[in-house]
Design a protein around this ligand. Structure first.
Ligand code: OXD
Ligand code: MN
Length: 636
């Protein structure tokens, strides 16, 4: 007998029928499952009990256990099209693709409403919002009480990473948004196959999501239900996630930032591995030798473009393992092996074009969900930077738009959600449960001055310091003033699930887990340096392969081949960067690598100030690295 049956509140009879009668509810033309069917699919009592508790709290009209099938995806999409919630795109141009327009208030991750509710405040650290878990639970309970009334609660078991991989982890999200279900189907391995793997006593990360918009009987739904109150909450000690009020991206697709970065980083701290905001690519040279590289950049700094890049240097090839998240665990051979925990791309649309990223365009020409891009008269999609503007369009807010209009047609943070394996440059090992061995790690940010095109760390400690000092001009991926420089250590500022000072220590500790020569080499790049007149000095995109080639060569080097010393670390020796066939002036190259002591000392001062907030959590090695940098600049 369920505990729930003993409950004598007013809703109890409705809940009893919900739990016991699998035949009274339908989704589209299909019958759906109740808790009874969940019990037939899994023996995991913790899961059954957790789902029961969420249903009891959120009081949905129906419960639906997602099987993760194509048929289910199509059925849910058709249902949303019929209700006018999403638009089906022109099937001859974009088969099986849909467009959703969000509420104008729900367009990006809400960092100010994101909380790390560790048991102790110091474990969240100064860069995260913190609330005592008990207080947070007391705050959230009334919000979730009845939050799914009039809606269906969808239950999604999902795996982050290939099924059966020792690097992967399982989560279960319940949500009241069918659009979230369809996105999760693309972004994760979701459904029955995960339940089959989840054994009786296996743990999973519970992820509760509600858009926070219950419906009264007969009330008309909005196309993008959400709530002006938002909470994106991680409990790292319990490994649990609760998200309320938003249906957008990382706020609602809880496998992504909430699990794969915030919760996973805490798991990684405890278990000696790394959960990072990094793309993973395979780079093959003109002799057929291959290396895997992971690279961390803040949101909307070109990770997707780099991961799918078409090299301009003849004979070289880039293949894509992932574009956003990387989990790395040590293999038996002492090397770090990486998986992409995701199964899809949730990429920024504006700026994606046949010249900037032809592979992305091919990856998103079918089976793709678009959010907040513009709709053309022939029912196709368009965004700024894709091509010449259409003569007219419907903009992301649903209004008529024409070239010359003061507002953009697509929201700057408009997105595509597309299956990873549709990418023409997908790496053959993208789904390999063993992961891929990482030879190099790159950090980078969007900096118009100071930082050269590329340099290499002197050793692991110095590389950790370089990651810690990542800073970047803000983009539209998060709320805030676009263009302002903010410190974004390891590109993890919005995603680190614990005290950033401890995170620096965790990175430093990797050095003690293996032989130094087995650790990846560390590099820093900046594609975004500008001339004093404000022009980009480096062409970027496929030309970045020239920088990757130097990194590849440095990974094979035993000493200072291709390299020179400089106060900031190892830089390319004269003429060692392959510029064959590239139309770039000597002066641009000089400016790209110029080191300005005043600017560097300004950055160092800002870093020293920034680090003060970590108090005694700041590892002493960080101060040593800052002193060393200053010393190396002394006679410069
Ligand atoms: C993302 C982000 O969506 O970093 O990947 O914001
Ligand atoms: Mn990201």
């Amino acid at each position: 007998m369920f505990r729930i049956l003993k409950n004598s509140n007013n809703n109890s009879s409705r809940i009893i029928s919900l739990f016991n009668n699998p035949t009274n509810n339908v989704i589209g033309s299909k019958r759906f499952y109740s808790i009874e069917q969940l019990k037939q699919k899994t023996k995991n009592q913790k899961l059954i009990q957790w789902v029961e508790e969420q249903a009891k709290l959120c009081k949905p009209d129906k419960i639906y256990i997602c099987d993760g099938s194509e048929e289910e995806f199509n059925r849910l999409c058709n249902d949303m099209v019929e209700k006018g919630v999403i638009t089906k795109l022109n099937s001859s141009k974009k088969p099986n693709c849909y467009l959703a327009r969000s509420d104008p208030s729900d367009v990006a991750r809400v960092e100010s409403r994101t909380y790390i509710c560790s048991n102790k405040k110091e474990d969240a650290g100064p860069t995260n919002n913190w609330m005592d878990p008990k207080e947070m639970k007391a705050t959230l309970k009334p919000l979730f009480d009845g939050s799914m009334k009039g809606r269906t609660m969808y239950v999604m078991p999902f795996s982050m990473g290939p099924l059966g991989s020792s690097i992967s982890h399982v989560g279960v999200e319940v949500t009241d948004s069918p659009f979230v279900v369809c996105n999760m189907k693309i972004m994760t391995r979701m459904g029955d196959k995960v339940l089959e793997q989840l054994k009786e006593n296996d743990s999973f990360v519970p992820c509760l999501h509600s858009v926070g918009a219950p419906l009264k009987p007969g009330q008309k739904d909005s196309n993008w239900p959400c709530n002006s109150t938002k909470y994106i909450v991680q409990y790292p000690d319990e490994r649990a996630i609760v998200s309320y009020g938003s249906g957008y991206g990382g706020n609602a697709l809880l496998g992504k930032k909430c699990f794969s970065l915030r919760i996973a980083s805490a798991m990684a701290r405890d278990d000696g591995w790394l959960a990072e905001h990094m793309l993973i690519l395979g780079l093959t040279n003109d002799k057929g030798e291959k290396k895997y590289i992971a690279a961390a950049f803040p949101s909307a700094c070109g990770k997707t473009n780099l991961a799918m890049m078409t090299p301009t240097i003849p004979g070289w090839k880039v293949e894509t393992v992932g574009d956003d998240i990387c989990w790395m665990k040590f293999g038996k051979d002492g090397r770090l092996y990486a998986i992409n925990p995701e199964n899809g791309f949730f990429g920024v649309a504006p700026g994606t074009s046949a010249s900037s990223n032809p592979n992305a365009l091919k990856a998103i020409d079918r089976n793709t969900l678009y959010t907040n891009v513009a709709l053309t008269p022939d029912n196709d999609v368009w965004w700024e930077g894709l091509s010449n503007p259409p003569s007219k369009a419907i903009d992301w807010t649903g209004k008529e738009w024409a070239p010359g209009s003061k507002t953009p047609a697509a929201h700057p943070n408009s997105r595509f959600t597309a299956p990873l394996n549709q990418c023409p440059s997908i790496d053959p090992a993208w789904d390999d449960p063993k992961g891929v061995p990482i030879s190099a790690i790159i950090f980078g940010g969007r900096r118009s001055s100071t930082i050269p095109l590329v340099y290499q760390a002197l050793d692991w400690k110095h590389g950790t310091f370089m990651g810690a000092s990542t800073a970047s001009e803000l983009t539209a991926a998060a709320e805030g003033t676009v263009g302002k420089i903010r410190h974004d250590p390891f590109a993890m500022l919005p995603f680190c699930g614990y005290n950033m000072g401890d995170y620096f220590s965790h990175w430093l500790s990797m050095e003690n887990k293996t032989k130094p020569e087995l650790l990846p080499k560390i590099f820093y790049v900046n594609w975004f340096r500008k001339s004093p007149s404000g022009k980009f000095l480096w062409p970027g995109f496929g030309e970045n392969s020239r920088v990757l080639k130097w990194i590849f060569q440095r990974c094979n080097a035993k000493g200072m081949e291709y390299a020179d010393n400089s106060p900031i670390g190892i830089i390319p020796a004269n003429d060692s960067l392959d510029l064959n066939g590239l139309d770039i002036s000597k002066d641009n190259i000089r400016q790209l690598f110029s080191l300005n002591k005043t600017e560097w000392m300004g950055d160092l001062k800002s870093m020293r100030e920034y680090c003060k907030q970590f108090g005694n959590k700041l590892p002493k090695e960080m101060n040593q690295q800052m002193d060393n940098l200053e010393k190396r600049f002394k006679d410069f």
